[in-house]
Design a binder for this molecule. Structure first.
Ligand code: MRU
Length: 375
C-alpha cells in the first residue's frame, strides 16, 4: 500500500453511532463541537498543525478524545514531513529533531487533560522502538513502514479507548443506583473513542432498562452539557432533563438526586481529580447531602507522577467565552471575567473511581497505584 495515495481505513464500529470523527488516511475529519447542536459539520485536518488548532479551539474536546486525535496528529505530521522531503533519505538524527518538535506542538495544545501527553508519549516511544531497527539513513521503504506502524498505533489507541469504555460501562452499571442521576460536562462519544465514560455508564444503565432519571448540568460557559450531552442523549433517544448549573443543590435537598457521575481530565495518586469547572462544587454538595459521587475514567487519565492535585496545571481560557454567549454580549462591554476551564476535586470527596480495570475505593493512596499498575 502506498501511504501517499491514501486508502480508506475502517473506523471502529461503535464510534460510528454518533460519528464524532473519522479517519481516511489522508485526513482526520472532526465533527465541529463548537457548532453543535445546531449545525453538524466536519472540519478536515490534514496536518499536525491543523490537529493542534482543532484541539486548542475545542473543535474536538474531552480528555480521551484529544489524546486519540493527538496521536492521529502525530501520524499526519509525519506524513507531511515525508512529503516535504520526498527526494532525500532522512537520517535518524533529523527525524529525532522533527519528532521532538511535533511532541511539543501537539502535547501543548491543552494542558490539563493528561491523556493528550500520555498519547503523544506513547507515539514517541513506538517511534523510537521502530527506529532502533532501521538503518542510520532511512530510505523510502523504511519510511513507509514506519508510517504504517505509527498509523496502526494511533488507531490502536482509539480502539483501546472504545473497548475500555465498554468495560467501564459494565462495571459502572453495577454500582449506579436507581433514581436521579446527575452528570456534568460531556463524557460521551464526542469526548472519547466512542460510547463514553460517565455518560457511557448512564447509557448502559438506560439500555438495561434501569429506573433512572437523568439530569444534565448545562456546564457554563462552553455549554458541554446543554449543547453536547443533550445532543448525544437526544440522538440516542434517551430521556433527560437539562438544568442550569446552580440547580443541583436544591434538587439534592429535595431528594431528587441519588448519584453524581462525572468524567475526569487527570487523576493523581491520592485521588485528587481535575475535571470540568463546577465538578468540585458538585462534590461538596454531594458530600453535604450524603449522595455518592462517582468519577469515571480509563487508566490513561491517571497521572501517577503527581502525589496530589496541587500541581495539576489548570487551563485558563479566553474571558470572552464567559462574556459572550452565542455571539451576544451578556455583560457590560468592559467587564473582566475569570475563565478557569477546570477545577480539582479532593480524593476524599469521591466515593469511587470506575475504570476499565475495575472499581477503585478508598484508601486511594494505596488502591489507585495497585489497580492502575496491574497488567
Ligand atoms: O474542556 P473540555 O470540554 O475538554 O472538558 C472536558 C471534561 O472536563 C470532561 O468531563 C472530561 O474530559 C472527561 S471526558 C470523558
Amino acid at each position: 500500500m502506498n501511504f501517499l495515495k491514501g486508502e480508506k481505513v475502517k473506523e471502529p464500529q461503535e464510534a460510528d453511532i454518533l460519528k464524532a470523527w473519522y479517519w481516511t488516511e489522508n485526513a482526520l475529519y472532526l465533527l465541529d463541537q463548537r457548532k453543535l447542536p445546531l449545525v453538524e459539520k466536519y472540519v478536515k485536518c490534514e496536518t499536525a498543525q491543523h490537529v493542534r488548532k482543532a484541539i486548542r479551539d475545542m473543535v474536538v474536546r474531552g480528555a480521551p478524545a484529544i489524546g486519540i486525535c493527538g496521536a492521529i496528529g502525530w501520524v499526519l505530521g509525519f506524513k507531511q514531513f515525508i512529503k516535504n522531503n520526498i527526494k532525500t533519505k532522512l537520517s535518524k538524527k533529523r527525524l529525532e529533531v522533527f519528532f521532538n518538535k511535533m511532541a511539543n506542538l501537539l502535547s501543548s495544545a491543552r494542558p490539563t487533560a493528561i491523556n493528550l501527553s500520555w498519547a503523544i508519549d506513547r507515539m514517541r516511544k513506538k517511534t523510537q522502538e521502530v527506529l532502533k531497527n532501521f538503518s542510520e539513513k532511512l530510505d523510502r521503504i523504511e519510511l513507509e513502514e514506519l508510517y504504517q506502524i505509527l498509523e496502526k498505533e494511533a488507531l490502536k489507541i482509539w480502539e483501546e479507548d472504545l473497548k475500555a469504555n465498554l468495560k467501564i460501562s459494565e462495571y459502572g452499571k453495577e454500582i449506579l443506583p436507581d433514581g436521579g442521576i446527575l452528570t456534568h460536562c460531556n463524557t460521551g462519544a464526542l469526548a472519547t473513542g466512542g460510547y463514553g465514560t460517565a455518560l457511557g455508564v448512564i447509557r448502559k444503565a438506560y439500555e438495561e432498562k434501569r429506573k433512572i432519571n437523568i439530569f444534565v448540568d448545562e456546564t457554563r460557559p462552553f455549554l458541554q452539557g446543554a449543547r453536547l450531552t443533550a445532543w448525544e442523549l437526544s440522538k440516542l433517544k434517551i430521556p433527560f432533563k437539562l438544568i442550569t448549573d446552580n440547580t443541583a443543590g436544591f434538587l439534592m435537598k429535595k431528594g431528587l438526586i441519588q448519584a453524581v457521575i462525572v468524567g475526569a481530565d487527570r487523576i493523581v495518586k491520592n485521588g485528587d481529580t481535575a475535571n470540568k469547572i463546577g465538578t468540585y462544587s458538585l462534590s461538596v454538595l454531594a458530600k453535604f447531602h450524603n449522595i455518592p459521587f462517582f468519577v469515571v475514567a480509563p487508566s490513561s487519565t491517571f497521572d501517577l507522577s503527581l502525589e496530589t492535585g496541587e500541581k495539576i496545571p489548570i487551563e485558563k481560557r479566553n474571558p470572552k467565552e464567559v462574556l459572550v454567549c452565542f455571539k451576544s454580549k451578556i455583560a457590560p462591554l468592559k467587564s473582566k471575567a475569570c475563565n478557569l476551564a477546570f477545577d480539582v476535586t479532593p480524593g476524599e470527596l469521591i466515593t469511587a473511581f470506575i475504570t476499565e480495570k475495575g472499581i477503585i475505593y478508598p484508601p486511594y493512596k494505596e488502591n489507585i497505584e495497585k489497580l492502575i499498575n496491574e497488567k
